[in-house]
Design a protein around this ligand. Structure first.
Ligand SMILES: Cc1cc2nc3c(=O)[nH]c(=O)nc-3n(C[C@H](O)[C@H](O)[C@H](O)COP(=O)(O)OP(=O)(O)OC[C@H]3O[C@@H](n4cnc5c(N)ncnc54)[C@H](O)[C@@H]3O)c2cc1C
Length: 373
């Protein structure tokens, strides 16, 4: 990580880390961490410098997101949703909202993605809600089942079927529009501060709030949102895995079996588990770095990396955090080591769309020459 980024993220990590436990226990939005992120300039990390962003690349995103996840998984996912939504806006800025990109880059506005619907579940590419032509623009009625930062974001990027139902549009919907409401509560086993509640978007928007040309949403979701989201989601998994390995090594090295005069880490079974965790983490980090490189300089296998890295990192995080629970025994179960938080938070990435299992299916299709859809 560059010195410039380190000086930006250092103070954010201090605030994020000290709030993390309370955020998890009380299931509250990490407002202090998000305020620190807004002030740090990191909300504009990957946005173009012409819009006021930092113009940083995929590896910088990996470093920032994995660092945040090691401090607080909820904050890291809120940040990633902002970046994923912002990158789609940067790729196809809505004509009527020229002030939007600079507001996202400066940290004035927090963004999120509203893609998932109860009707199509984790098949995020297939909204069932549909826009209807209306005199004043397009009438939207989209019931979204999970929206990270629901009620806290300043703008939502939401998907609908086009009025002719042939393909998908993405819309930039400022939170101040009438007809936008949080319609339920968020209670998750992990990422408990994420505010990933259901929302209703029932509003008429000008055509100029659409990202790009009519029907461009499908391409944006697959070519812009998915690469950045999958990379960042894998980085969340790696950050949580890294925190779990460190905590497990620390605890098993310090915990004593006084009657034997040795530490837990002196037991061969424990040492072997720690070794497996550490090796799986190293392999996943290498794959993640390679994928960041493929996004910075696209190659023939970039798509395979985009599909594979999230699935691999999500699965690694499940194994690693599970092993951390195991080697730390009742001490991990009793919460004070915070390993249970990493374990619970790590389960979210796996089921977030595109889910790990869907990605394995896509990857299998890709290497056997079958169309993804
Ligand atoms: C913490 C959290 C935050 C979220 N934030 C957002 C957000 O900000 N915005 C947003 O739009 N959504 C968000 N989501 C929703 C998320 O992206 C998924 O849509 C949601 O988790 C899917 O849950 P489901 O029960 O509908 O899954 P289902 O679709 O019912 O899947 C159930 C199981 O079936 C498997 N499966 C389904 N289809 C296939 C297939 N074709 N091949 C192989 N396996 C398959 C899945 O992998 C999964 O294991 C969030 C979810 C979580 C947990």
């Amino acid at each position: 990580m560059s010195v410039q980024l380190e000086s930006r993220i250092g103070p954010v990590l201090d605030i994020t880390r000290s709030a993390a436990r309370d955020v998890d226990v009380s299931g509250r939005f990490p407002s202090e961490a998000v305020t620190a992120l807004r002030a740090s300039g990191l909300l504009g990390l990957t946005l173009p410098t012409e819009a006021g962003g930092l113009g940083a690349g995929p590896q910088d995103l990996v470093d920032v997101v994995s660092g945040l996840a090691g401090a607080c998984g909820s904050t890291a996912m809120i940040y990633l949703m902002h970046v994923s939504a912002s990158m789609s806006i940067a790729a196809a800025p809505p004509a009527d909202l020229p002030e939007l990109l600079p507001a996202l880059a400066s940290g004035k506005w927090l963004a999120s993605l509203a893609l998932s619907e109860a009707g199509s579940r984790s098949h995020f590419w297939a909204p069932v809600s549909q826009g209807q032509a209306d005199q004043g623009g397009v009438r939207l009625k989209a019931r979204k089942s999970w929206v990270t930062s629901a009620g806290h974001a300043d703008v939502y990027v939401a998907s609908t079927l086009t009025p002719d139902a042939q393909t998908v549009d993405l819309w930039a919907l400022p939170a101040t529009l009438p007809g936008i409401a949080v319609t339920g509560e968020w209670h998750g086993m992990g990422l408990r501060g994420n505010a990933s509640a259901p929302m209703m978007f029932e509003t008429v928007v000008p055509e100029g709030n659409r990202l790009g040309a009519i029907g461009g949403g499908f391409g944006l979701m697959l070519e812009t949102v998915m690469p950045w989201f999958n990379l960042g989601n894998a980085a969340v998994s790696v950050g949580l895995s890294e925190a779990a390995v460190s905590a497990a090594v620390r605890h098993t090295s310090a915990a004593r079996l006084e009657h034997l005069g040795e530490s837990l880490s002196a037991l061969p079974t424990i040492r072997a588990q720690l070794a497996k965790m550490s090796i799986e983490l190293a392999c996943t980090k290498a794959y993640l770095a390679q994928t960041a490189g493929r996004l910075a300089e696209p190659a023939d296998d970039t798509v395979l990396h985009v599909l594979g890295v999230k699935a691999a990192a999500n699965d690694a995080a499940l194994h690693i955090t599970d092993s951390a629970m195991r080697v730390c025994g009742g001490a991990a179960f009793s919460e004070h080591l915070q390993i249970d938080r990493y374990f619970r938070d790590a389960r979210a990435g796996h089921v977030m769309a595109p889910t790990a299992d869907i990605l394995y299916d896509f990857y299998g299709k890709a290497i056997t020459g079958q169309p993804l859809f």
